[in-house]
Every structure is written in structure tokens, then in C-alpha cells.
Design a protein around this ligand. Structure first.
Ligand code: HEM
Length: 544
């Protein structure tokens, strides 16, 4: 051993030195390997190959043990005082594993029940389960978006195609967001209603043919519906999934898979671009990229065809509105943002509607009550009107309750503690700490809602709350708050109201024989957006 002392000493010292650098700048595996290679090359000037090998091994062992010790045990670590699982303190891989398994929202909730309102879920990341903090983090002067946003959900590194949700620079975000806000103004929302009405009518025609027959997978049909609505919204024309009764060119599955992969790799952004380059992953995200590019080109051609009046879709707003300083969007940005209408709007809305139907079918009395209310409000031939539906407090109570229990984006909301730091329940979070609000856990806190795990839409109706019932509407934030809140919120609400009211009014439904409620619940997974992995098998009957 004495014979190796020079190379062991050199390797170990360089390992410690590298740690002091990596402590400030979290390395990727590639940087880690690159540094080791650099050290090896530098040492080869003084050492033989065997000595370099020994020194490099010493370097790697000391560097990894020192990082591990610092993250897990050292009282010098700025988040040392925050409780959490040891594996999470050690590496981001713990989060990656939670996402891979598909239940990070539930793991977050379990962790909070065990450790309290602030839990360490990564080397430099904490989760917060505290309703009052929602406004501090996301509302008012919001905290900056975290590193996980350096990667877009649409299947490309953010530097190539930045969609609105991935923009971390507040000024750039505000510039692009202004145009999105116009695209979702009250006036614009009215222009979009025919998209919903037409597709729901098509869905009803399809479902009419499947009444009382074999069971249908309601989640699948709702996916077709919402995908068509979103592609109409983005580019005034889509894949006609409802009419065809199938996923057009595999685009729905491919869009879903893109979100699935993006959700997992967002916690390890450096891994994302390497993973996406893998042929079998690339081929599974290709269909949606191809589909959306075709739609984009078609819509551009329509725009350039001066004989046609430009349809008033989101694309219309993205194209025609420049900013006051005269800046125009690049083609890449235009493509990324119009595609985001589908990636942000489809799976979120479909999971919310499907989960609401699941709750209604599990409690048939609720189904009947909603049906009766809609029958009373819209007797016989009276068409469903969007404005009247928006005033139906009972309908909103049902939608809000489903969103409370299963917020469709429960986990992907990372922010950075600002320079002023933050303190919660006497626990201080230093500037630069990455945080996520545990939306799912907060909306199920027993001090915010009585019987928090129960589907009880009445809690949203002032006249129906039981005496001393705990109810804090602000603890349920499925669309987040503040300047980065969901821009499609009002559109999603009108789509959910119209779809649910139309189907409940027209059909009686029940679970198919043998439907496994527990298994269905278990298979509601989340990585980016809720993914329902179990068919929602139902039997439908046309009402007289
Ligand atoms: C029930 C349905 C929906 C829910 C629960 C939902 C939820 C959310 C949430 C929580 C965020 C913030 C995520 C973050 O902090 O990173 C968000 C952002 C966003 N949502 Fe939605 N969403 C829904 C439907 C829609 C629809 C229909 C659209 C239509 C285009 C849409 C477009 C967007 C966009 C573009 C953003 C990024 C906003 C920004 O960064 O300024 N969403 N949504």
C-alpha cells in the first residue's frame, strides 16, 4: 500500500477538490466522467498507466463518498435540517424512481404524513404541504421556475423549441403569455364553443350505436373527443378520432408517451436529451411529432390561402398578434406553442372528465342528482347553453370535487426559493432551494377539508355544508395560481361542463360487470399528467 501512496494521495486530493466545485454546480454523469478522464490525462504526465488507473479509482471513490456524505449526513448541507428519506437526500434518482413507478403524488403525501409539512425529496429539493404557501410560491411575486423546466414536454430540448410552459425567463414568459391570454379571453372562448359542440355531437352519435351492447372504454372515447377538440382548437382541424373511432395514426398514444417520458426525465434534465435520442423512444414519440407538424403545415397553408377566411382558433391569435415592440415569433416557437395546446390541454382535461365519471358511477346517487339538475335546467329540447351551464353551481361542485381529489398535474410545478429565502413553521429554506407544492396532498389535508378522501361535491355548496365542516377552497389548486397559472383553465372548465352535462343528460351508465374499482384507482398514474392505465369499462343506455 505504501508503494501507492503518491497516486492515492493525488487521486484523493483531486477528488476532494472536485467535490468543492461540484457542491456548487451539480454535475451530470457525463461531466462527472469527463472530469475523471481529465484528471487521468493530467496525471499521465507524471504517472505510469497503472498509477493513473489507481489514482483515478481513488479520485472517483473519494469524490462520490464525499458528495454522498455531504448530502446525507453533513450538518453543513443547507437542507440538513429538513427531514426526508435517506435515498432522496442522496440523489435525484429517488425522484426518478418514484416517477417511474407512477405515483409520486401519493409518495409525496405519505412522506408528508410521516415527516410533516416540509420534506426533503432531493439533494437540493423539498416538497411543501401547506395551503398558505401556495400563494407565496405561485401567486403574487412568483418564484422562478426550476431547472426541470429546461426540458419541454413536446419532445425536444428547450433550446430548440421552447413552448410557453417551459420558458423560465420571466420577461420572455410575460411576452409570450400576453398573446396566450388574448387567445383565451372571454371573447375568444366563445369562438371556440362550436369546436366542443361539434365533437360532443359526434361522440354521442358513436355512443348511440354502442348503447346497451357490450361495454365501452369510456376513457378511450373521451380521449378521442378531447384530442379532436384540442386539435381543432390549435389548428382548426384534427385527426377525427371520434369519427374514425380510433387513434389517428397513433398520435394520441404517441403524445401521451411523450408526456410520460418527459415527466420522468424532467427530474434529471441532463438525461433527457440522451434518452430521447434512443431509437426506440424516438420512434414512439415520432407519430405525434409527425402528426402535429402535418397539422401545422396545413394550417400555415390555409393561412396563406387568401381566398379563405382565417378560422378563429388559437393559431390565429398566435400568428396575428405581435407585441408592442414589434417582435414576431419564430416558426419554431409558433410550432412549439400550437403543439402545446394539445400536450397541455388534452390529457389534463380527459383525465379530469374520466375521473369525474368514475366517481359518479361509483356513487350512482350522485349521477342521478346531477342528471335531475340538468333535466330541470334544460327541459326537453332546450339546448345546453355554455353560459347557463357556467351558472349551474352543482355542476361546478362536481367538477371541482373531482379536480380536488385528483389534480391532473399533481407534481410538475417546481419553483426556486428567491433571494429572500422562505420560512415555514419555523423551518427555513435557503435561497436557491428547489421546491414543489404537494398539490394532491394539500387538497387532502384533514385540517383543510373534512373527510378529505371522500368524493363529497356538496362541500362546494355553501348551503349544503354540515355545521363545523372544514372547507378551504384555496387548498385545492388544480390549475395553480399567479402568472404561470393554467392559461387554458376557462376553456377546460367549459369543455368539462359541456361534455359531462351532455353525456349525463343523454345516457344512463353503470360499470361493466366485473369492473374492478380498486384496480382502476391503483392504475391512475402520474409522471407529467395523470395517466389512466386501466380501461373505464361502462355500459351505457340511451334515456327515453
Ligand atoms: C382540467 C384541465 C387542466 C388542468 C388541471 C391544467 C393544469 C395546469 C397546471 C397545474 C399548470 C401549471 C403547471 C406548472 O406550474 O408548470 C398548467 C399550465 C398550462 N396549461 Fe393547463 N390545465 C388544464 C387544461 C389546459 C387546457 C385545456 C389548455 C389549453 C391550451 C392548457 C394549457 C396550459 C398552458 C399553455 C400552460 C402553461 C402556462 C404558462 O406557463 O404560462 N391547460 N395547466
Amino acid at each position: 500500500m505504501v508503494g501507492y501512496s503518491a497516486e492515492l494521495f493525488t487521486g484523493s486530493s483531486l477528488g476532494l477538490l472536485a467535490h468543492f466545485i461540484f457542491k456548487r454546480y451539480e454535475p451530470s454523469v457525463l461531466q462527472f466522467v469527463f472530469t475523471a478522464a481529465l484528471v487521468g490525462i493530467a496525471e499521465s504526465v507524471f504517472f505510469t498507466i497503472a498509477q493513473v488507473a489507481i489514482s483515478t479509482v481513488a479520485f472517483l471513490i473519494v469524490l462520490s463518498s464525499s458528495i454522498l456524505y455531504y448530502r446525507v449526513l453533513s450538518t453543513n448541507h443547507p437542507l440538513h435540517h429538513i427531514p426526508g428519506p435517506l435515498a432522496a437526500r442522496a440523489s435525484q434518482l429517488w425522484l426518478f424512481w418514484s416517477l417511474y413507478r407512477g405515483h409520486p403524488r401519493q409518495i409525496q403525501k405519505d412522506m408528508h404524513e410521516r415527516y410533516g409539512p416540509v420534506v426533503r425529496i432531493g439533494p437540493n429539493e423539498v416538497s411543501i404541504a401547506d395551503a398558505a404557501s401556495l400563494n407565496v410560491i405561485y401567486g403574487g411575486k412568483p418564484w422562478l421556475k426550476g431547472k426541470s423546466y429546461s426540458f419541454t414536454a413536446s419532445g425536444g430540448a428547450a433550446t430548440h423549441e421552447v413552448a410557453l410552459s417551459a420558458i423560465r425567463d420571466p420577461k420572455e414568459h410575460a411576452f409570450r403569455r400576453k398573446i396566450w391570454d388574448r387567445a383565451f379571453s372571454i371573447a375568444s372562448l366563445k369562438n371556440y364553443q362550436p369546436f366542443i359542440t361539434k365533437r360532443v355531437e359526434q361522440l354521442c352519435e358513436q355512443l348511440d350505436r354502442r348503447c346497451s351492447a357490450v361495454s365501452i372504454d369510456l376513457y378511450q372515447w373521451l380521449s378521442y373527443l378531447v384530442f379532436d377538440v384540442m386539435t381543432d382548437l390549435a389548428w382548426s382541424g384534427g385527426g377525427d378520432a371520434v369519427l374514425k373511432g380510433r387513434d389517428p395514426d397513433g398520435a394520441i398514444a404517441s403524445a401521451r408517451y411523450s408526456l410520460h417520458i418527459a415527466g420522468m426525465t424532467k427530474v434529471l434534465p441532463w438525461l433527457a436529451k440522451h434518452l430521447l435520442g434512443l431509437p426506440w423512444i424516438d420512434s414512439k414519440t415520432l407519430e405525434f411529432r409527425r402528426f402535429s407538424s402535418d397539422m401545422f403545415v396545413k394550417r400555415m397553408n390555409d393561412k396563406n390561402n387568401t381566398d379563405k377566411e382565417s378560422p378563429k382558433d388559437v393559431f390565429y391569435h398566435l400568428l396575428s398578434e405581435g407585441s408592442e415592440d414589434g417582435r414576431q415569433w419564430s416558426i419554431n416557437a409558433l410550432q412549439a406553442d400550437s403543439r402545446q395546446v394539445v400536450t397541455a390541454g388534452a390529457d389534463t382535461t380527459v383525465s379530469a372528465i374520466a375521473y369525474l365519471f368514475f366517481c359518479l358511477l361509483r356513487s350512482p346517487n350522485h349521477y342521478k342528482r346531477l342528471q335531475k339538475t340538468i333535466d330541470t335546467e334544460f327541459p326537453h329540447e332546450r339546448p345546453l347553453e355554455y353560459d347557463a351551464l357556467a351558472k349551474l353551481t352543482l355542476l361546478d361542485a362536481y367538477v371541482n370535487e373531482a379536480l380536488r381529489l385528483e389534480p391532473p398535474i399533481p407534481f410538475q410545478n417546481q419553483r426556486i426559493v428567491p433571494e429572500s429565502g422562505y420560512s415555514i413553521n419555523g423551518i427555513s429554506l435557503p435561497p436557491g432551494t428547489h421546491v414543489r407544492a404537494a398539490l394532491y396532498a394539500i387538497a387532502r389535508l384533514p385540517n383543510e377539508f373534512s373527510s378529505p378522501d371522500e368524493f363529497r361535491p356538496e362541500r362546494w355548496l355553501i348551503g349544503e355544508r354540515v355545521p363545523n365542516e372544514r372547507f378551504n377552497a384555496k387548498a385545492s389548486a388544480p390549475f395553480i395560481l399567479g402568472p404561470y397559472h393554467c392559461v387554458g383553465r376557462n376553456f377546460a372548465m367549459q369543455e368539462m361542463r359541456y361534455t359531462v352535462a351532455s353525456l349525463v343528460r343523454r345516457y344512463n351508465m353503470r360499470f361493466a360487470d366485473g369492473f374492478n374499482i380498486q384496480e382502476f384507482e391503483k392504475r391512475i398514474e402520474d409522471r407529467s399528467v395523470l395517466e389512466i392505465e386501466h380501461p373505464l369499462e361502462v355500459i351505457i343506455e340511451r334515456r327515453q
